[in-house]
Design a protein around this ligand. Structure first.
Ligand SMILES: [Zn+2]
Length: 114
């Protein structure tokens, strides 16, 4: 499963950061998941709960912020946030848009136990 490999690399990232800051553990992991990132938040948190037991994250709480799609229209210059997967600008109904946010998954914050 796609989410498992994401969690594996997330854990590696957490371990590296904890080591760097000489932390004993990790209390909280906060992620941003774009609705177009292809990552399913429910599956990701399930994978996290499974893998964390054997990692530095074993006491960590996972917080997932779902990032809606943000479109910038090249025609009317409106920036809009939309909840569905679309390329249509809600202001002028044109499709000359580009995606500003909502496509990626990012580690937003780690709370370390030092
Ligand atoms: Zn527009």
């Amino acid at each position: 499963m796609h989410e498992y490999s994401i969690v594996m690399s997330l854990m590696e990232q957490c371990e590296a950061l904890a080591l760097e800051h000489q932390a004993k553990g990790i209390e909280q992991v906060e992620l941003k998941i774009g609705i177009l990132s292809g990552v399913e938040p429910a599956l990701l948190s399930q994978a996290f709960e499974t893998f964390k037991l054997e990692s530095i994250c074993h006491n960590a709480k996972l917080i997932i912020n779902v990032q809606p799609l943000v479109l910038q229209c090249r025609d009317c210059k409106t920036q809009s946030q939309v909840d569905e997967r679309t390329v249509i600008c809600p202001a002028c109904f044109g499709n000359n848009t580009m995606v500003i946010d909502g496509e990626d998954m990012m580690l937003m914050q780690l709370v370390l136990d030092t």
